[in-house]
Design a protein around this ligand. Structure first.
Ligand SMILES: [Zn+2]
Length: 407
């Protein structure tokens, strides 16, 4: 029998764990990482239970979870040499820090040729290695690496206000591609030490590296415009809970606090986070099977600012078009598709979390990654092409995927 203290601890955890999990999935945009951090948050609570009792438990738990996430982010960034770009407070959202004007950055990205932009998006926002990029773009690994490097150099040229004589590395000791690997931290310890040794003595290279770091940092800020993330978590009846992120740009030249969006009527919104706050959207009308919602932000959104919207939703009724289909003998098939009409190439990152204990049988298209633990998560990272105006949605411009599993 648990004693009274244990009972209080269990009650607090049970009352807040689902909320905390949604917050963590919202922050990390990765269901497996969120579950790991949830577990760690529980352990922290257990260790420090005496401190939580005098406070608001939900706020305390969210603070602990956020700090754990920030620590994780610091230790796992692909370009860890930048110390100052992790947000310590406020919303953890890619658009929340601005090193370079977002509008200019997006213009510069738009200005890249498609082949350079595609390679950069896959490398920077997808974290794909050069073999994987080569595979998606049907080119060689060498070409993939060169394209990423040229994309970064062109962005730097487009964005830096100071006139620089030459952007390509001219120094005989450091070539661009080595430097690229240095920026993305995929070199051995010895190679890093070698480069840093050279940088401490060569002003030319040092200046170039600083400029490139600035660009790489800025790219993080524009992440939401180039990467769309969705997670579908299936229960044992094949009913999904959907986690979807959207980005809203204030393209007007005035501050705004109110926003509207639409969502399928069959979808019940369980949790909505807007501009860093949990909010309750208000239904204001309906058109063509969609509800119109209004949301209000207590902090106004500045002109040019991009803000994040997280929707956590479930189908109101288990309609077959939203749910996994029971194929008999414990076999299930779940199909999903979404998001046409992007303005430029963008990376779709789609995860399907299978019910606990389910075994993955097959996926179409082949998954980028399959993570197995208590539950299996199937993950696709795919570059999608824009839909030309007035033309039908082509297969390459929206994500379609199917996973079959055994319960
Ligand atoms: Zn040098």
């Amino acid at each position: 029998m648990p004693d009274a203290e244990d009972k209080i601890e269990i009650d607090i955890w049970d009352a807040h764990k689902d909320y905390l999990r949604s917050v963590l999935i919202g922050m990390t945009r990765d269901i497996d990482l969120a579950d790991d951090l949830l577990q760690e948050t529980y352990l922290r609570m257990h260790d420090k239970f005496y401190t939580i009792r005098s406070q608001n438990p939900r706020a305390w738990l969210v603070t602990v979870a956020r700090n754990l996430f920030l620590n994780h982010k610091r230790s796992s960034r692909p370009h860890a040499p930048f110390e100052d770009d992790v947000q310590d407070s406020g919303e953890v959202w890619p658009g929340s820090s601005r090193h370079i004007d977002l509008v200019s950055l997006n213009q510069a990205i738009t200005g890249l040729s498609r082949s350079l932009r595609s390679a950069l998006i896959l490398r920077h926002y997808g974290g794909l290695n050069y073999a994987e990029i080569a595979d998606q773009l049907s080119c060689s690994q060498t070409t993939a690496r060169q394209r990423v490097w040229r994309a970064l150099c062109q962005l730097r040229q487009a964005l830096l206000t100071t006139k620089l004589e030459a952007v390509e590395m001219q120094c005989c000791h450091l070539n661009g591609e080595k430097l690229l690997d240095y920026l993305y931290q995929i070199l051995s310890k010895e190679e890093i030490e070698g480069i840093e040794g050279h940088l401490s003595g060569c002003l030319k290279c040092k200046k170039d590296v600083e400029g490139l770091k600035e660009i790489v940092r800025s790219l993080d800020v524009a992440e939401h415009a180039h990467k769309f993330v969705r997670i579908d978590e299936l229960d044992r009846d094949g009913v999904p809970r959907l986690y979807m992120w959207a980005c809203l740009d204030n393209g007007s030249d005035v501050e705004v606090s109110d926003w509207s969006f639409t969502a399928d009527k069959e979808i019940l919104l369980e949790y909505v986070r807007f501009h860093g706050e949990e909010i309750s959207p208000r239904v204001t009308g309906e058109t063509d099977g969609q509800f119109d919602y209004d949301v209000h932000s207590s902090t106004p959104i500045e002109p040019g600012e991009s803000i994040g919207l997280l929707l956590v939703a479930r189908p109101r009724t288990p309609l077959p078009e939203y749910c996994a289909q029971d194929l008999g003998q414990g076999r299930w098939r779940y199909s999903l598709k979404g998001w046409p009409n992007a303005r430029m190439e963008w990376l779709s990152v789609v995860s399907v979390r299978l019910p606990e204990g389910a075994r993955m049988l097959s996926t179409d298209p082949p998954a980028t990654q399959v993570r197995s633990g208590l539950s299996t998560t199937v993950l696709w990272k795919k570059l999608l092409t824009p839909t030309e105006e007035g033309r039908e949605v082509s297969r390459g411009s929206q994500f379609e995927g199917t996973v079959e599993y055994q319960l």
